[in-house]
Design a protein around this ligand. Structure first.
Ligand code: SF4
Length: 115
């Protein structure tokens, strides 16, 4: 039987790499990005379809960060954000526009590794 074009592991890989180019994913963060996207396909997350995570408003981003606490893939999200050195939006409960919040995420991850 002829495979259906556009489906299957090969085309999946191609779609992933196109998305990585579109979103400007750094090569060193690509594996973490793919794990995060796999997690997103399998889970509903608080940020799905919501604009607060990338809002210009600090109040919106603070609320977004609070809502991340209920996310089932926060670990994957934080790992990607740190690896990619994200500087915009809210990731894993941290407002990455803030140097202090970026450091807090790294410290949290280092503590988790050491524990
Ligand atoms: S942890 Fe990441 S994926 Fe989950 S709600 Fe927050 S920003 Fe979205």
């Amino acid at each position: 039987m002829e495979p259906i074009r556009g489906y299957g592991p090969a085309s999946y890989g191609q779609r992933e790499s196109v998305a990585e180019k579109v979103f400007g994913i750094p090569p060193e963060a690509a594996p973490a990005w793919r794990r995060l996207q796999a997690g997103r396909r399998l889970n509903v997350t608080p940020c799905d379809g919501r604009p607060e995570w990338i809002s210009e408003s600090r109040t919106d981003r603070r609320e977004a960060a609070r809502l991340c606490a209920g996310c089932p893939i926060a670990d994957l999200c934080g790992t990607y954000a740190s690896t990619a050195d994200e500087r915009a939006g809210v990731w894993a409960g941290h407002d990455m526009t803030s140097p202090a919040q970026r450091k807090a995420l790294r410290d949290q991850q280092n503590g988790a590794v050491a524990a």
